[in-house]
Ligand binder design. Structure first.
Ligand code: ADP
Ligand code: ADP
Length: 226
């Protein structure tokens, strides 16, 4: 099933910056696709538009056959993980992860059950009561991933989530993310400017060119994952 379709999408910001130019791409269910390219090539713009943050200036973008705005307002099927983990500092780890479920009116017992499940998956079940300031960068990122997964999104959007982390932490989280992808069967869209990260993680790579926001090629990665 086609989940995301860009058809001849152009994105020109108000100040005249061309971020995407004649961008065509189809993303299918279950893929782990990386947007790879140098800084400023339009990766974040593409990802943000899928999340309903900004519309194409020209062309068509469909997410589950709908406009991203419709998709966001009607369902909770899209989750976003940013580079900076974006946790609420006054809420504990558990409360941060339960937040999206709270907003959906899910019962307290169910919220806790689901939050515990995802926190266990990211190896943080011993930190339920900790506050973000007590956690390392890698742990905060884990909480942020758990929070995104708690809502069981069909589509997980990640914008350079590991960029600010040290190499060891990054590698640990990359392996965890691959595990999660296989277990949860979520479609993952991942923005990175790191070639190794893209090759290691993805089933597909959308290589973008700096000259303004064009897609250079789409590569199938067939690595023999363990
Ligand atoms: P990447 O994620 O690949 O680094 P971006 O999508 O963030 O690229 O940016 C693509 C281009 O659009 C860059 O030239 C950037 O400076 C510009 N840009 C991004 N957001 C805005 C904005 N809100 N207003 C104006 N220009 C923007
Ligand atoms: P990323 O680290 O994901 O590539 P950026 O640093 O490009 O993100 O952008 C961070 C924020 O600043 C975004 O909201 C983006 O839209 C905005 N932004 C980026 N470049 C510009 C620009 N040239 N003018 C105005 N806003 C911009």
């Amino acid at each position: 099933q086609e989940i995301v379709t860009f058809r001849q999408v152009h994105k020109i910001y108000n100040n005249g910056t061309v971020a995407l130019s004649n961008f065509n791409l189809t993303i299918k269910e279950g893929e782990f696709i990386s947007f790879l390219g140098p800084s400023g090539c339009g990766k974040s713009t593409a990802l943000r538009m899928i999340a309903g943050l900004g519309e194409p200036t020209k062309g068509e973008l469909k997410v589950y056959q709908k406009s991203p705005k419709e998709m966001i307002s009607e369902t909770n099927d899209i989750a976003f993980v940013f580079q900076d983990s974006n946790l609420l500092p006054w809420r504990s780890v558990l409360d941060n992860v339960m937040l999206p479920l709270e907003l959906r009116g899910i019962s307290k017992r169910k919220r806790k059950e689901e939050a515990m499940r995802v926190l266990e998956m990211v190896g943080l079940k011993d930190y339920l009561k900790a506050y973000p300031r007590e956690l390392s960068g890698g742990m905060k990122m884990r909480v942020s991933i758990a929070r995104a997964l708690a809502a069981k999104p069909k589509l997980l959007l990640m914008d350079e989530p590991f960029a600010a982390l040290d190499e060891m932490t990054r590698q640990g989280l990359q392996l965890e993310l691959l595990d999660i992808w296989k277990k949860e069967k979520t479609t993952i869209l991942f923005v990175t400017h790191n070639v190794f990260e893209a090759v290691f993680l993805s089933s597909k790579i959308a290589v973008m060119s700096a000259r303004p926001g064009r897609l250079s090629s789409v590569i199938d990665v067939n690595l023999p994952y363990p």
